[in-house]
Design a protein around this ligand. Structure first.
Ligand code: ZN
Length: 380
C-alpha cells in the first residue's frame, strides 16, 4: 500500500541500506526472484503519530480511566508532584513505538527528560514545546515564551513552541506563539474541545474545568468569552502554517464549519484510545469525513492509553465507525506527515522517501480488517 497511488498486488519495493525507497515494481504472482524477500500480508509506510507525551510514559496504569478530563488533569498534577519520572519507561516507550511501526511522532514536551532518547531514537520526533500559563502571574508571557524557545533549542530546534490548550494559556502568550508560527511557518498543536466543561467555561465561566483553572487561582482576572473555546483561539492563528487540533471529542458540526472557514491548513488529530480512557467518548468521525477534514491520528501518552500503537487507534475507529482501511491508512501516514511538514520523507512509499516499512501480517489485502490477530513486523 504505497498510500499515494493505488495499492499494488504482489509488488516489489526496492530499498537501499538506509531504508530509502529506490523503486516500486509490479511482479506477476508466479514469478519469483532469488534476491527478493517475500512476505505475506500488507506492507505500509511507517506510521506517523501526531500526538504523544513521551515524557508521561512512566505514568502507565497510574491514572484511573473514565474520570473525565478535569479529574484526569487533577490526577496527572498529583502524579507529577509525587512520582519521580522514570527514564527507563521513556526509553521503553520509544522502542515499543518503533516496533509498532511508528516512523515519526509529534510529541508534546514540557521538560527536557526526553531529550537524549529523542536524539538517539530511530523515530523522527517533532517536539511541540507545550506552554501553559493560564494567567501569567509568575512570569511575563515574554519570559514564558523565551523559556519555550530555549527548550526548543535543547531539542535542536526540531519542533515548535505550542500552546497547551485554550483554557490554560494566557492570550498574550497565545499571541507570541501565533506570531512565531506565522513568521517561521511551523506546525502548531493545541488540545481542542476534549471535555464538555470546556464549553461551559468559555460560555459561562463555570463548570469543572473552570473550577480547576480559574475559580481558585484567578477568579478576578479570567472572564468568559461567551463563545466556544475554538471560536476564541482560532482567530489568533493565520494559515501560513499548519494547525493541529487535537482530540475534538466534543466538536460539533458548527465548530467544524467555523474552523474550516477560518483556517485552510487545519489537521484534526484523533486519539480515540485516549478519548475512551478519559471521557469514554469518541469524536463523531463521520462529521469530519463529510466536511473533508484532514484527519490524522495520535495515541496520546501512557497516562491515558494502554498502548502506543497507531494500528490500535485505527482498529478502534474501524470498529466504531466502519471507516475504510485505505482511508484510515491515509490518516495514519501521509496526513500526519503533511501535518508535521515531513511528507518529503515520511507518509508514503515513494522513490526518494525514507518512510519506514511496516508489514501487517495476518491481514487479507482483499478485505483489510484490523483484528487483534494482525501482527506488526518492522521491515525498514
Ligand atoms: Zn495530549
Amino acid at each position: 500500500m504505497p498510500v499515494e497511488g493505488q495499492p499494488i498486488s504482489h509488488g516489489i519495493i526496492i530499498v537501499n541500506d538506509s531504508g530509502e525507497i529506490i523503486d516500486i515494481q509490479a511482479q506477476s504472482k508466479n514469478q519469483r526472484s532469488a534476491d527478493v524477500e517475500y512476505y505475506e500480508g500488507i506492507i505500509t509506510p511507517g506510521f506517523v503519530n501526531t500526538h504523544n507525551h513521551l515524557e508521561y510514559s512512566y505514568v502507565k496504569g497510574l491514572i484511573k480511566p473514565y474520570q473525565g478530563l478535569p479529574g484526569f488533569i487533577k490526577s496527572i498534577v498529583q502524579i507529577k508532584q509525587n512520582v519521580r519520572a522514570d527514564l527507563n519507561a521513556i526509553i521503553q516507550a520509544d522502542r515499543e513505538m518503533y516496533d509498532l511501526g511508528t516512523a515519526a511522532v509529534g510529541d508534546q514536551t514540557n521538560t527536557l527528560i526526553t531529550k537524549g532518547v529523542k536524539k538517539h531514537s530511530k523515530i523522527y520526533y517533532h517536539s511541540f514545546i507545550e506552554l501553559y500559563e493560564a494567567i501569567s502571574e509568575i512570569n511575563s508571557p515574554e519570559t514564558d515564551f523565551r523559556h519555550g524557545k530555549a527548550y526548543l533549542a535543547a531539542f535542536d530546534n526540531q519542533g515548535s513552541v505550542s500552546p497547551h490548550a485554550p483554557y490554560s494559556v494566557d492570550p498574550e502568550l497565545l499571541k507570541l506563539i501565533a506570531q512565531e508560527a506565522f513568521v517561521r511557518r511551523l506546525p502548531i498543536s493545541i488540545h481542542n474541545q476534549e471535555t464538555e466543561s470546556e464549553l461551559d467555561m468559555f460560555m459561562y465561566g463555570r463548570g469543572a474545568l473552570y473550577d480547576i483553572f480559574h475559580k481558585t487561582l484567578h477568579p478576578q482576572t479570567w472572564i468568559p468569552t461567551g463563545s466556544s473555546s475554538l471560536e476564541w483561539f482560532l482567530p489568533f492563528f493565520r494559515d501560513s502554517h499548519n494547525l493541529l487540533l487535537v482530540h475534538n471529542t466534543y466538536t460539533r458540526p458548527k465548530d467544524i464549519i467555523f474552523a474550516q472557514s477560518m483556517h485552510s491548513r487545519l489537521y484534526w488529530t484523533m486519539c480515540p484510545g485516549s478519548n475512551l480512557y478519559i471521557e469514554n467518548r469518541l469524536p463523531h468521525i463521520p462529521w469530519f469525513q463529510k466536511m473533508n477534514c484532514q484527519i490524522c491520528l495520535g495515541t496520546d501518552s501512557y497516562a491515558s492509553n494502554t498502548s502506543l500503537s497507531i494500528l490500535r487507534e485505527m482498529q478502534i475507529l474501524q470498529e466504531h465507525f466502519e471507516v475504510d482501511f485505505n482511508e484510515l491508512l491515509q490518516w495514519a501516514t501521509i496526513n500526519g506527515a503533511r501535518a508535521l511538514n515531513i511528507d518529503h520523507i515520511f507518509g508514503s512509499i515513494k522513490p526518494g522517501k525514507n518512510p519506514g516499512l511496516v508489514l501487517l501480517e495476518g491481514m487479507n489485502p482483499d478485505k483489510p480488517i484490523i483484528t487483534d490477530k494482525v501482527k506488526i513486523k518492522r521491515l525498514a
